[in-house]
Design a binder for this molecule. Sequence first.
Ligand code: GRF
Length: 210
Amino acid sequence: MLKIAVLISGVGSNLQAILDAINAKNIDAQVIAIISNRTKAKGLDRAREHKIPAYVIPSRKNQSRQEYDQGLSEVINRLNPDLIVLAGFMRILTEEFVNQFTGKLINIHPSLLPKYKGLDTHQRAIDAGDTEHGCSVHFVTPELDGGPIIAQALVSIEKNDDIQSLSAKVQAQEHKLYPLVVEWFANKQLELLEDKIFFNNELLSKPHCI
Ligand code: GRF
């Protein structure tokens, strides 16, 4: 059974969507750890509710990014998960960290990558007058939000959409997309070789779209 570590910083609604899919037996996996860099992350309540071990690793004053990531990777290496799921983990990870976990580290980002890497994605899509927006799940590489894209979900931007309505629409899609990608991992359907994604042993020429 696929062993998953989920890294969060906040609400953890994507974590919940994955837990729900596991409980519904759509995914043959176990979340073995929830790791947060924030002591007060609401997502930590979900660890208690589901009796999943939680690890809080706050950054210390004057601690370098390298030092933080070293501590984080020690915890993860001890847990030895098959898949590391970034679910709203609001830290930029070092190249050293990312390179240790190539092919088993994934992230969800609230835009149709490669558009709008970084923050404020919904506002940027509205400001640009886009009619389409969405979210992407990608393998993590050292380039921020720049790794190979596994799958995307689309939403349309209507004239009366604002940040709240748009982010609600995108989150609803995230909660479908992320569990689906995790399910593919659990079924051993996904693999990263060099920088190419293979799905069912075939090269994925463009991201899956739901
Ligand atoms: C999501 O919108 C995700 O795209 C971004 O951070 C947010 C996390 O939300 N990376 P939650 O903590 O899963 O509710």
